[in-house]
Design a protein around this ligand. Structure first.
Ligand SMILES: Cc1cc2nc3c(=O)[nH]c(=O)nc-3n(C[C@H](O)[C@H](O)[C@H](O)COP(=O)(O)OP(=O)(O)OC[C@H]3O[C@@H](n4cnc5c(N)ncnc54)[C@H](O)[C@@H]3O)c2cc1C
Length: 387
């Protein structure tokens, strides 16, 4: 007889690790399965840092997830001793003239301030003079403005996954790593999950497969998603003094709507001069798949990034790129999350809360997924439905 679980979680990245932990914490018999051994570098949850913000310009409906994630990460920091969350402040910078939209939101600064008011987050609006004085690393234009709060900051994605999987196992969760799910089938009140090694039964299945999700759905549902290749860069500062301007105690995380096709975002320096300063932009022009994506970053791509998106805004950063990483967005129109029951299998929950801004919400989303799987009361998910 195959093993029978209350729930199986397919995929143990940001969302799946969080769901597995929340299920185990509730005393459920849970199995987590991943084709790799998370945290790993093939999906969407790597690269040292992720921006977290309670005031979400993508929509006020996201704030509760981020708030809950902060609480859960603080509990897990106490339990595991891992560094998960740094609240060094968040800037949303914009200005006059043509500016890039961020996650499809043209007036991202205004939308962020509105979300802050709705979530009860205190904030200030800084003018360009104040921005230059406080953050000399930033080359803002005259008349630029920024939203600033002190609850935002950055999370450590690899540590968050490790902490949740460790805490889940400590509460009795089973994990199968290096095992690929090849199919799932609902029948007779169960879901049977078949991997390349074995078969398992569960009352509920949570599919948190990240960029691999569209290939698991029929074309009409897969059409909700577009997987895109994104690149993270670490540029070396020109000197120790320039590097010091990016120290986390004096430099926040930021999203900057610049006069270019895409906005830029970035982080304080989390290491030495030679470890560089992380900065990125986004692209939504070319779709890809996790199996076909190019994971190398050629020198021309680095040069274009530096010349268009780095040098004009951060004169203290040199063209020396000490590191780069390719990562995948699973994008849904209007930067939406998908969290829904599978239309053909009511025991299967489909979880794709990404659209390039999912990490900060992942611990809270994991709690929602566990509540859904175990039939507990949970928040309304109407706005996250598959279309
Ligand atoms: C470059 C980049 C920057 C980002 N920046 C931010 C940010 O600053 N702030 C923010 O909040 N969010 C950010 N995000 C978004 C956030 O990181 C993602 O939303 C989140 O990590 C998605 O997690 P996931 O669990 O859905 O996917 P993943 O972490 O990729 O997990 C999916 C898992 O499923 C497994 N899997 C897939 N198929 C199978 C199968 N058949 N069998 C078994 N296992 C399988 C994979 O191995 C993988 O481990 C960023 C994303 C990227 C790519």
């Amino acid at each position: 007889m195959p093993d029978t679980y209350d729930a199986i979680v397919l995929g143990l990245g940001a969302m799946g690790a969080a769901a597995t932990y929340q299920l185990a914490r509730r005393g459920a018999k849970v199995l987590g399965i991943d084709r790799y051994s998370p945290p790993h570098e093939f999906g969407s949850t790597h690269g040292d840092t992720r921006i977290t913000r309670i005031a979400c310009g993508e929509g006020p409906e996201y704030s509760a997830f981020a708030m809950r994630s902060h609480e859960i990460w603080r509990e897990l920091e106490a339990e595991t001793g891992l560094d998960l969350l740094t609240q060094n402040g968040f800037l949303a910078i914009s200005g006059a003239g043509d500016r890039s939209a961020n996650h499809g939101v043209a007036k991202f600064l205004d939308a962020t301030a509105a979300a802050a008011r709705s979530a009860g987050v205190s904030y200030e609006i800084l003018d360009s003079t104040t921005l230059r004085r406080r953050y000399p690393a930033l080359n803002v234009a005259d008349g630029d403005q920024a939203y600033h709060d002190t609850v935002g900051g950055f999370a450590r994605p690899e540590n968050c996954v490790t902490a949740q999987l460790r805490a889940a196992v400590a509460r009795g969760a089973d994990l199968k790593l290096g095992e690929t799910v090849v199919s799932f089938l609902q029948h007779d009140g169960f879901v049977t999950v078949t991997t390349d090694k074995q078969t398992y039964d569960a009352a509920q299945l949570i599919v948190a497969a990240g960029a691999w999700l569209p290939a698991m759905l029929k074309p009409a549902l897969a059409a909700n998603f577009m997987v895109t290749r994104q690149v993270l860069y670490w540029f070396r500062a020109r000197s120790e003094a320039a590097h010091a301007q990016f120290a986390p105690d004096r430099f926040p995380v930021y999203i900057w709507q610049i006069p270019a096709p895409q906005s830029i975002y970035g982080f304080p320096a989390t290491g030495s001069l030679d470890e560089g300063v992380k900065i990125a932009t986004e692209q939504y022009d070319v779709a890809t798949t996790p199996d076909s994506v190019s994971r190398t970053v050629p020198p021309e791509e680095v040069r274009e990034m530096y010349e268009t998106y780095v040098e004009p805004f951060f004169p203290g950063l040199s063209p020396v790129c000490v590191r780069s990483k390719v990562c995948l967005y699973t994008w849904v129109d209007k930067a939406r999350f998908i969290i829904d029951r599978h239309p053909d299998h009511n025991r299967v929950i489909v979880a794709s809360p990404c659209s390039g801004h999912g990490f900060k919400h992942s611990a809270g989303v994991g709690e929602l997924l566990a509540q859904m799987a175990l039939g507990e009361a949970h928040r309304d998910i109407a706005m996250f439905r598959l279309r």
